[in-house]
Write a protein that binds this ligand. Structure first.
Ligand code: NDP
Length: 452
């Protein structure tokens, strides 16, 4: 039998790669992981974690405004962006260290540098060649921008986390998770924000009521949200500011233009073609149910496979792969009922089917919908509405979709995802006693479906 330097060589120490490496090591495998940037990948360094810290920062503005109704008298307020960035960077550096510690404790060999595949069982990093029984591609993705004139003047989420100062006027292009989250962040911190989305309604793939509800709330909070609007070119003016000229000829001035128009898998120059790993046109790597690529001992997990591009999904895929390769239990990752949140302001939480998907899949569904003002805002006078929605398959009475727009939607829907995973019926939701007074209790007290 061939002898290898390692049982598993993982390329990419992001959420998926680190978990697969650690779990494989815990099954007794000899594992190495190569990373060319910071440990933790997108989520830790330029994604979920720093993003959520910025969301917290931006939400204080609204809280300060609301505080007056509760009797607080606050003095002059200002926001210091460099302090926020420095504190955020300190936390990220701490997390980088935690990741290093976790890998070391698991006995995983850490290799710094860019790895390339040079054979079906061989990887090269910084001129050094390693052999491995299995190779895992967990290289993730990178922001992608359209090639329009002046695009070099724009930034992506990567740079947004390290701006030297808060731009006074920001144009955000895109209508996905990242665009709505950053529009909320910049607006909450006091910038004038124009968000441009090329289609008629943003957040394609989410439930329509949630999409329209968020559009209403974002506009109410001051974001200039424009649909069917897209830049044709970007120019830098003599005074240093930017001008986005839209396809209809309108010009929008800004100090920063943030493109959040999707992410592309980081598969270029990885040596994939040298061993025949199949790559799709968009750069992603097709895999079978067990995360195997078109090459026998080369595997791929996480965003690079373009299945469901979410950190917890990559982690799940990593756990399953470790069990398959070294745990003696071939385990296919499951991509059903994956809950997710958009940290827009207000937040979206969702699990299961959207109403449109449920109507397509089942002959008959019942829709339960509730829209109300949260108790907190009875004093503040804010018109903000919380929206909750349950989708129930009429025949089986199973709840097949849960959607929420409102404060803490992510926290609330995480719990309900367990119920969906268990196949809960509407009757079981009804039999569950609410916690009063919460917004979440509405999910167990919706009695009448909306008329068909
Ligand atoms: P998405 O793919 O979610 O959204 C991209 C947006 O940009 C869409 O609105 C798309 O429009 C638009 N777009 C694409 N190409 C162009 C173009 N050429 N010109 C103008 N608009 C364009 O990508 P994101 O960058 O928002 O997020 C990347 C990934 O990160 C997602 O897969 C998401 O799963 C993950 N993520 C998850 C988060 C979370 O869980 N909270 C947070 C942030 C990211 P259209 O709809 O018309 O195609």
């Amino acid at each position: 039998m061939a002898s290898y330097d390692f049982d598993l060589f993982t390329i990419g120490a992001g959420s998926g790669g680190v978990r697969a490496s650690r779990m494989s090591a815990s099954h007794g495998a000899r594992v190495a992981v190569a990373e060319e940037r910071d440990l933790g990948g997108t989520c830790v360094n330029v994604g979920c974690i720093p993003k959520k810290l910025l969301v917290y920062a931006s939400a204080f503005g609204g809280d300060f405004e609301d505080a007056g109704a509760y009797g607080w008298r606050l003095g002059a307020r200002s926001h210091d962006w460099p302090t926020l960035v420095a504190n955020k960077d300190q936390e990220i550096a701490r997390l980088n260290g935690v990741y290093a510690g976790l890998l070391d404790a698991a006995g995983v060999t850490r290799i710094e540098g860019r790895a390339r595949i040079v054979g079906p069982h061989n990887v090269e990093v910084a001129g050094q060649r390693y052999s491995a029984r299995h190779i895992l591609l967990a290289v993730g993705g990178w922001p992608r921008r359209p090639e329009i004139s002046g695009i070099e003047h724009t930034i992506t989420s990567n740079e947004a986390f390290h701006l030297e100062s808060l731009p006074r006027r920001v144009v955000v292009v895109g209508g996905g998770y990242i665009a709505v989250e950053f529009a909320g962040i910049f607006a909450g911190l006091g910038a004038e924000v124009v968000q441009l989305y090329r289609g008629p309604l943003f957040l394609r793939g989410f439930d329509d009521d949630v999409r329209t509800g968020l559009a209403t709330e974002m506009r109410a909070s001051g974001v200039d949200l424009r649909f069917d609007a897209n830049p044709a070119r970007i120019e830098r003016s003599d005074d240093g500011s930017l001008v986005a000229e839209l396809e209809d000829g309108e010009r929008v001035c800004a100090d920063a233009v943030l493109y959040a128009t999707g992410r592309a898998p980081l598969t270029a120059d990885l040596g994939l073609e040298s061993v025949g790993v199949e790559v799709r046109e968009n750069g992603s790597i097709p895999v079978d149910a067990y995360s195997r690529t078109s090459v026998e001992d080369i595997w791929a997990i996480g965003d690079v496979t373009d299945r469901l591009n979410l950190t917890p999904v990559a982690i799940h895929e990593g756990m399953c792969l470790a069990a398959t390769l070294f745990g003696g239990t071939p385990t296919a990752p499951v991509h059903d009922n994956v809950p997710s949140a958009v940290f827009s302001q207000p937040e979206i939480g969702s699990v299961g089917l959207t109403e449109a998907q449920a109507r397509q899949r089942y002959p008959e569904i019942d829709v339960y919908r509730s829209s109300f003002r949260e108790l907190r805002h009875t004093l503040t006078g804010r018109e903000q509405k919380t929206l909750m929605k349950l989708l129930v398959e009429r025949a089986s009475q199973r709840v097949v979709g849960v959607h929420m727009l409102g404060a803490h939607a992510g926290e609330i829907v995480q719990g309900l995802a367990v119920a969906l995973q268990c196949g809960a019926t509407k009757a079981q939701f009804d039999a569950t006693i609410g916690i009063h007074p919460t917004a979440a209790e509405e999910f167990v007290t919706m009695r009448e479906p909306v008329a068909d």
